[in-house]
Design a protein around this ligand. Structure first.
Ligand SMILES: Cc1cc2nc3c(=O)[nH]c(=O)nc-3n(C[C@H](O)[C@H](O)[C@H](O)COP(=O)(O)OP(=O)(O)OC[C@H]3O[C@@H](n4cnc5c(N)ncnc54)[C@H](O)[C@@H]3O)c2cc1C
Length: 293
């Protein structure tokens, strides 16, 4: 029987690359996958997450979070941490669901904190016509899933040089910020102001609301949720430092957010990030002050 490691990687289109210098870019991932597939079974390691070889992790729990979104918990050895840093992601490899002999890979941010021991978690949204989504839909506790990583470094020390951060994210683009925000807000010596703008289509797509509400208890954190489709008139966000706005995030709102010594961090679909980056550049924000995850 073919394992995920006996198959040829499915080649992405050049146009799948977002052109924003991601590390690794999906075209680099394809080249790495080609190399790995040549080595066949030599490259499945048995326990630790590694960027160059795949490791099998046991899926132990699937918890539905909101519609089409679940949290997937994977087992680590007792007393073991995954070994990632805040905001990093893994690459998951699976057999292509309809092309026998081909494999597919997708990137997923690590939801759990680098301090969590004995497990790690991913939050994954399943799309109706998504290729990897159709595979993940059949995952069940006990399955062994191939991953490599961690990838994508956020230099949190460099971020701390800015007097404020504006994080603008969309949908599952929120995930990498959960561990980053825990890290930044737990620094009691920091006086950095952080504003998180979270864009969703509908109120039932607000992810990780309990984490977001907890962050709002910090004096230096502010949350604004933009919900693009109509919400019922009695919809409210309760507690300090949070607002919801029932429309799409637009240039007028962004213009009011432009400040000196501010770092702008974007995460979402490539169209979303390009659109937000163009708005910011229009308002004379220096490209070096914009970070796209
Ligand atoms: C660095 C990085 C981190 C990521 N982290 C996460 C994460 O933590 N959780 C998570 O769920 N995903 C995350 N993603 C996205 C993930 O890698 C896949 O792109 C996603 O799961 C869809 O894969 P798929 O094969 O199911 O869909 P594909 O087959 O690639 O796409 C098929 C169709 O699905 C729909 N679709 C796919 N993606 C989107 C989207 N973003 N918005 C709207 N429609 C879409 C579209 O209709 C698209 O045509 C991340 C991506 C990157 C680059």
């Amino acid at each position: 029987m073919a394992t995920n490691n006996d198959v040829t990687p499915w080649k992405p289109f050049e146009s799948d690359c977002c052109g924003s210098g991601c590390n690794p870019c999906i075209l680099d991932i394809y080249q790495q996958e080609l190399e790995l597939s040549k080595k066949k079974n030599e490259n499945i390691s048995s326990s630790h997450l590694n960027p160059d070889t795949y490791t099998q992790f046991k899926l132990v729990q699937i918890t539905q979070h909101v519609k089409d979104v679940s949290i997937y918990r994977f087992e680590l050895n007792e007393n073991e941490k995954l070994g990632h840093k805040v905001g990093q992601h893994v690459i998951i490899k699976q057999n292509h669901p309809t092309m026998p002999g081909s494999s597919i890979t997708r990137q997923y941010s690590i939801l759990s904190s680098p301090n969590d021991i004995g497990y790690f978690e991913l939050l994954i949204k399943l799309y109706e016509n998504g290729v990897m989504s159709s595979v993940i839909r059949n995952w069940k506790p006990g399955d062994l899933i191939l991953m490599r990583g961690p990838f994508g470094i956020i230099h949190s020390e460099a971020l701390s040089r800015y007097s404020s951060l504006l994080i603008i994210c969309q949908g599952t683009g929120l995930v990498p910020f959960i561990s980053l925000l825990q890290h930044l807000l737990n620094n009691e010596d920091s006086e950095q102001m952080i504003h998180l703008i979270f864009c969703v289509k509908s109120c039932d797509q607000i992810l990780l609301s309990q984490n977001l509400y907890d962050f709002c208890n910090y004096w230096n954190f502010k949350l604004t949720i933009y919900i693009s489709s109509p919400v019922s008139s009695n919809f409210r966000l309760f507690g300090p430092n949070k607002t919801f706005i029932n429309k799409k995030l637009d240039t007028t709102a962004l213009k009011n957010e432009i400040e000196k010594k501010r770092k702008y961090i974007l995460c979402g679909s490539k169209e979303f990030m390009s659109c937000m980056q163009n708005y910011l550049v229009e308002f004379n924000v220096d490209k070096s002050d914009i970070l796209r995850l």
